[in-house]
Write a protein that binds this ligand. Structure first.
Ligand code: PLP
Length: 498
């Protein structure tokens, strides 16, 4: 369904939602909102769309005026040029009008079939007709905003979040404490920007300092107006969530197990997002394969939040200035244990960096976060990170060696976590929790199933203890409650012993 929306300036999200809910037929299937381009930036409209995960598109008055509408209004025609924003926007794709425009206070809505998704039910071979096929807009099928932190509750050994254990190191905590002590002043980003630029051999204008890698995805969603945005999955879900929250339609390219090798990306995609190494598969794509996706007219976003977990960062594109539209996203969260500080950066062409910076609030990165950027880009800190990456390889090998039979390692892990396929993983995860272990569920990643679990690499003793718990659970099988428990001390019946 397309819901065409006309709204007054300052309209609130609840008004929009009440109007849409009043006219949407039951079991409407996927919904998207369409409106005038100048209205698409209206905060209430964006908030309404984001809260339901509905794509929101804005269309120029020049396009809307060409659409004949059944319920024209002279007043609207005089103000906007089209005789009904709601009906013209709903009918723009050429579908049938299902609900003519109705006015709900400051909001006018009309509903039409989405001619871009014409035969969902009629054509069983159409990929959109398959509810398990996750690469379309209608597949708001998973909670993109679920992350491992909600699984790592207090008292459990945390294998759900991939932050390096034992971090931040003492010297970094001292840096942070000193920065907090000096926090009366507003943050000055110059030293941090210079440090990051020097570490990657790039001009300062190509460095964007951010409150964590996640901020970059929101900035991209706000700054860009992609015609065809593609996110390569399975991968970290925030880029897609941020794009959708800003009203952009997102297409998913699903990589196939077990290699998760980079596949075909639509040639006309003007925004492509992928991770390297990829969370949750731990697969490290060859730099040449990733670089081959860059082209003029496209923004290629490579999330390298885990790049420094691979010794030597062999496939990083952070230093590449020759690739058009390449934006590399980095984070201090994982290696330095700074998830709560919110600190990262992005590297890309100066004009793109400037466009993203224009979307940031003033003073976006705190003084302690800036101090961390300076401290973690020194040669000594980089050597420490490299040593941690080397040690991680041995720790990962110990984890893989300890895993019990029946557990499949999916993909070739190259980062600080491994992706496992365990039949009945939902039950296994629950039983692991009972025994004190938190692992990350897989089924909230597009392309993975309820049989997937992601497990962080820890020291070998921890990994072996985890593997023992996992083996016991797999041997025991499902633990069912006996519906007819025998009182203690009574003899088993013949049936029970047979
Ligand atoms: C692949 C990936 N990118 C980015 C992030 C977010 O990083 P930050 O804490 O810097 O926002 C995460 C966090 O889980 C991640 O897994």
């Amino acid at each position: 369904m397309v819901v065409g929306v006309g709204a007054r300036t300052g309209v609130r999200a609840e008004e929009v939602l009440a109007a849409v809910d009043a006219v949407l037929p039951p079991r409407s299937g996927p919904v998207r909102l369409a409106t005038l381009d100048t209205r698409a930036a209206e905060p209430g409209l964006r908030e309404a769309a984001a809260s339901r995960g509905w794509p929101l598109s804005g269309h120029p008055a020049a396009a809307l005026v060409t659409v004949p509408v059944p319920t024209p209004s002279d007043r609207v025609a005089a103000a906007v040029g089209t005789a009904s924003v709601a009906e013209a926007a709903a009918l723009l794709t050429g579908g049938r009008l299902l609900v003519a425009k109705t006015v709900h206070g400051r909001v006018t809505v009309a509903v039409a079939e989405d001619a871009d998704q014409p035969h969902l039910d009629a054509d069983p071979d159409h990929p959109d007709a398959d509810p398990d096929h996750p690469d379309t807009d209608r597949d708001h099928d998973v909670d993109l905003r679920h992350h491992g932190d909600v699984e790592a509750t207090e008292g459990l050994v945390d294998l759900a979040v991939n932050v390096r254990a034992g971090t931040p190191p003492a010297w970094l905590r001292t840096v942070l404490h000193d920065a907090v002590d000096a926090s009366a002043a507003y943050p000055d980003p110059r030293a941090a920007r210079a440090a990051v630029a020097a570490a990657h051999g790039r001009p300062e204008a190509e460095v964007l300092l951010t409150a964590g890698a996640a901020e970059t995805f929101t900035l991209l969603a706000r700054a860009l107006r992609p015609r065809r945005a593609v996110v390569v999955h399975p991968s970290f879900t925030e880029p897609e969530a941020a794009l959708r929250a800003a009203g952009h339609a997102v297409e998913r390219v699903l990589l196939a197990p077990p290699s998760y090798r980079l596949g075909d990306v639509p040639t006309d995609a003007d925004l492509v997002v992928l991770g390297n190494p990829t969370n949750p598969t731990s697969v490290l794509h060859a730099a040449a394969d990733v670089a081959a996706l860059a082209r003029p007219g496209r923004v290629l976003v490579v999330d390298e939040a885990f790049a420094d977990t691979a010794p030597g960062e062999p496939e990083s594109l952070a230093g590449r200035t020759d690739l058009p539209g390449l934006l590399v996203v980095r984070s201090l969260t994982k290696t330095w244990g700074l998830a709560g500080l919110r600190v990262g950066y992005a590297l890309g062409p100066a004009d793109l960096v400037a466009a993203l910076a224009a979307q940031q609030p003033h003073w976006p990165v705190s003084a302690p976060a800036l101090a961390a950027l300076v401290a973690c880009t020194t040669p000594a800190a980089r050597a420490e990170a490299e040593a941690a990456a080397v040690a991680l390889e041995a720790d990962r090998a110990a984890l893989l060696a300890a895993l019990p039979p029946g557990v499949e390692v999916v993909g070739t892990p190259r980062a600080s976590f491994v992706l496992l396929r365990v039949p009945g993983a939902a039950r296994v995860r629950a039983q692991l929790r009972d025994r004190g272990w938190a692992v990350r569920r897989g089924d909230t990643f597009p392309g993975l199933s309820a049989d997937h679990l992601r497990v962080a690499v820890r020291d070998p003793d921890t990994s072996r203890a985890f593997a023992t718990a996992l083996a016991e659970i797999l041997v025991t099988g499902p633990q069912r409650r006996d519906p007819h428990p025998r009182p203690p001390g009574t003899a088993p019946t013949p049936d029970e012993t047979s």
